[in-house]
Design a protein around this ligand. Structure first.
Ligand code: GLN
Ligand code: ZN
Length: 765
């Protein structure tokens, strides 16, 4: 019998229960028991939901209080010594690794001060994982048994689950060597790590698990020979251990074709592939499935919100069944559903026409089951008919097409995407406008989003305060942020973004062709969730989106205030994109809308405009080749289309974060100044790479994900270190990213120390 499987379910709860409880735990307002109870309730609800929907293979250990990769680091004792010396409970060690910890000494405990581990984007998604950080002194051992506990928890409810774990090769390859052990190659630790997996799988088997899902998403990357052999070695080793649960090795987010040889004839129970993202691998994959293996057909999209096309999916699954037989085929989600919102039923405000085109995690679970039933010959006629109707309605809808926009995109040319003078000339003209010092200081845009801001925004959305009252409130916030920055002594100011709930959603709501949800939250990292807007049709800007706030901010200070926009690629990447139009076209539509906004800002007297592109790196196709080169060309061009309409004396900034950035990728954007997340990059080679970057750069000097306050001395030594390989005359001083998630006290202290350090160097040069 064909089976159905889900690779992972969102763990934030239908109403962001996990966020609320973890944040109050961090503040000391909720107890451990309260936190653990909410966690358990979410897991139980998720399992029951899947069980009731009729899913055959339900995941466990897909839950996490922070990040599933961090859980694994903790489980295998990949915990740098700096986190273990305070005798913290395991849970708090985990949070300290994820977000840093700074605590004053009390009568009974000593002071704590540790930075967070590095956080990086999960492949090309907007999820971020905490990077496993290995050193020569890493000693693998099992710390607790989270996967076993969660398996047993489900078992107690009478639900048999398939535990999910990141596989050993991905765990190592996605990690890095700690400072002080930079010569360590994580993959060289495989032999030491494998026995731990064996130990864990044995425990799972003793607990009653018959199957496990080991995720090896690195198989969709360009792998060196050594990594390919590591895959073989790991699964030959684990697969040959007698009595362990059956292993399904799962890959997702791309094609495995170049690495397919390493998956042939492995002694494991099954393989999972993502045929939503990479249908081209289907035929070749079918040929490598062994007689005793099962093929898991990833066909319900774990990364987007469009309704599945049952007829098409059933046809593909049917092909697999006719080749392998129904006992050897599983219908599955393409990846974990972590990247989709929890439940479409939580969206009472969506236009019914559009809502009928969507499917969120809860609906996708049902889709997997319906496709399975259809392929198995069970009666799902009504579901199929309804599905065919929605698919047809979307394709034919007027809401998707705007001829004027399509024409404008077709007219984009080189001239429209090139600034009127080269950088050196622009810089000279900009210097005349604002005579900025060496080591100019600035921030990335947002300032703490306080409760007061959220309350007032909610009131405005609900209509309990008028537009005038709200504007007055926002202006008073802007004013206090401006005064704050003047006091601290920053050189280039920002308005603080108090009017923005989220940097993409805010613009999404003002751009035609978008729709947005009220509850469509998706985890981005830790307790940070985003609510991606959805691109439904051709995109255009009916009116100015940000001019009012920027103009007000500039009107109350003599220092330059940066206009602040979200770039076209980031708007695209952090939305759910259309799947009926290519990404480049959607990016160009956004670029044109932003170009109008940039030009309007300039016309209104704004002299510095920052167009953030933090998502530009995550959009990079995972493999080298034509698709990647094309992406780099169109992504950079979209940015230039947005920013090239201004005069040379207008300074264009951009900002990037959360990823290993290659300076060559950002060069083509031709921004005058870029700011980059940098505080946790301690590799001198990485710093040196930026030396050749022709324009100005602010290398981020402190981690904004952590409440920790670096001292002036710490800033000085950081800057000193960077100056060893990076020139002073192109050096801007700024934090890693926006300060929206921080508290005011920390923000004041950190920025004061940062500005003091900049002044220290100004005096020396
Ligand atoms: N300007 C935005 C802010 O400061 C940038 C956020 C980001 O890069 N993620 O919040
Ligand atoms: Zn950022």
């Amino acid at each position: 019998m064909v089976q159905s499987a889900v690779l992972g379910f969102p763990r934030i709860g239908p109403n962001r229960e996990l966020k609320k409880i973890t944040e109050s735990y961090w503040k000391g307002k909720a107890s451990v028991d309260e936190l653990l109870k909410v966690g358990k309730d979410i897991r139980v609800a998720n399992w029951k939901l899947q069980k009731e929907a009729g899913v055959d293979i339900i995941p466990s250990n897909d839950f996490s209080y922070y990040d599933q990769v961090l859980d694994l680091s903790l489980l295998f004792n990949v915990v740098p010594e700096r986190y273990t010396k305070y005798d913290l409970p395991l849970l708090d060690i985990m949070f300290a690794m994820g977000r840093g910890l700074q605590r004053k000494a009390t009568e009974t405990s000593k002071a704590i001060d540790v930075t967070a581990l590095e956080m990086v984007k999960w492949f090309d998604s907007n999820y971020h994982y905490v990077r496993p950080t290995f050193s020569h002194s890493t000693e693998f051992k099992l710390n607790g048994q989270k996967p076993v506990d969660e398996f047993l928890e489900a078992k107690e409810l009478g639900i048999q689950t398939r535990p999910v774990l990141l596989g050993p090769v991905s765990f190592l390859l996605l990690g890095k060597a700690d400072k002080g052990s930079l010569d360590l190659e994580p993959l060289s630790l495989l032999d030491k790590l494998l026995p731990l997996y064996k130990e864990l799988l044995t425990k799972l088997q003793v607990a009653g698990a018959t199957e496990v899902q080991l995720d090896e998403p690195v198989l969709v990357l360009d792998l060196e020979k050594s990594a390919q052999s590591a895959i073989r070695k790991a699964y030959e080793y684990l697969g040959k251990q007698p009595g362990l649960p059956r292993i399904t090795l799962a890959t997702y987010f791309g094609t495995t074709l170049p690495n397919l040889d390493s998956l042939k004839k492995l002694p494991i129970g099954g393989l999972h592939f993502d045929f939503v993202r990479a249908p081209e691998q289907f035929d070749k994959v079918l040929n490598i499935i062994e007689k005793d293996q099962v093929l898991s057909v990833g066909i319900v999209d774990g990364r987007n919100i469009w309704k599945n096309n049952f007829a098409k999916s059933s046809e593909l699954v049917g092909k697999a069944v006719s080749k392998l037989g129904s006992d050897r085929v599983v219908v599955a989600t393409s990846s974990s559903l972590l990247h989709t919102p929890v439940d479409l039923e939580n969206e009472p405000k969506l236009d019914p026409e559009i809502k009928d085109w969507f499917s969120f995690a809860t609906q996708k679970v049902k889709e997997v089951v319906i496709i399975r039933k259809n392929v198995a010959g069970e009666d799902v006629k009504a579901e199929l008919e309804a599905n065919a109707k929605s698919v047809a309605s979307r394709a034919a809808s007027k809401r998707t097409n705007d001829e004027a926009v399509q024409k404008r995109v077709a007219s984009i040319n080189e001239k429209l995407s090139t600034r009127s003078a080269p950088f050196a000339q622009r810089l000279a003209e900009q210097k005349k406008v604002f005579d900025f010092p060496l080591f100019p200081t600035t921030t990335i845009g947002s300032f703490p989003q306080t409760k007061d801001i959220r309350i007032n925004r909610n009131k405005f959305v609900k209509g309990t305060i008028s537009a005038e009252e709200y504007e007055k409130f926002i202006n008073s916030e802007i004013e206090s942020v401006i005064r704050f920055q003047e006091e601290v002594g920053l050189d280039f100011l920002v308005h603080g973004e108090p009017e923005r709930n989220d940097m993409v959603q805010y613009f999404g709501e003002k751009i035609q062709g978008y729709t947005f949800t009220i509850n469509g939250w998706v985890q981005s990292y830790g307790s940070r969730y985003v609510r991606p807007p959805i691109i439904v049709g051709d995109l255009s800007r009916p009116e100015a989106m940000s001019v009012k706030e920027s103009v007000y901010a500039q009107s109350i200070t003599t220092k330059p205030v940066k206009g602040m926009l979200t770039g076209p690629v980031t708007c695209l990447r952090w939305s759910f994109p259309r799947d009926d139009v290519d990404q480049k076209t959607q990016a160009m539509q956004l670029a044109l809308a932003l170009r109008d906004e940039v030009n309007d800002l300039e016309a209104a007297g704004i002299k510095v405009i920052q167009v953030d592109e933090p998502a530009i790196r995550e959009g990079l196709p995972l493999r080298a080749g034509d698709e990647r080169s094309a992406y780099l060309r169109w992504a950079a061009q979209a940015f230039r289309v947005a920013t090239s309409g201004v005069q040379s004396k207008t300074q264009i900034h951009s900002h990037f974060c959360y990823s290993d950035l290659d300076p060559s990728h950002i060069k083509a954007l031709d921004a005058d100044v870029v700011s980059i997340e940098f505080s946790k990059k301690d590799d001198p080679n990485y710093i040196a790479e930026f030396k050749e970057y022709p324009n100005h750069i602010g290398l981020g000097l402190f981690d904004i994900h952590s409440p920790r306050v670096p001292s002036k001395e710490e800033f000085i030594s950081k800057i000193e270190n960077i100056l060893k390989s990076y020139p002073a005359d192109k050096f801007w001083v700024n934090p890693d990213c926006g300060l929206k998630t921080r508290e005011w006290d920390e923000t004041r202290a950190s920025l004061t120390n940062m500005v003091a350090a900049a002044k220290h160097f100004r005096e020396q040069y």
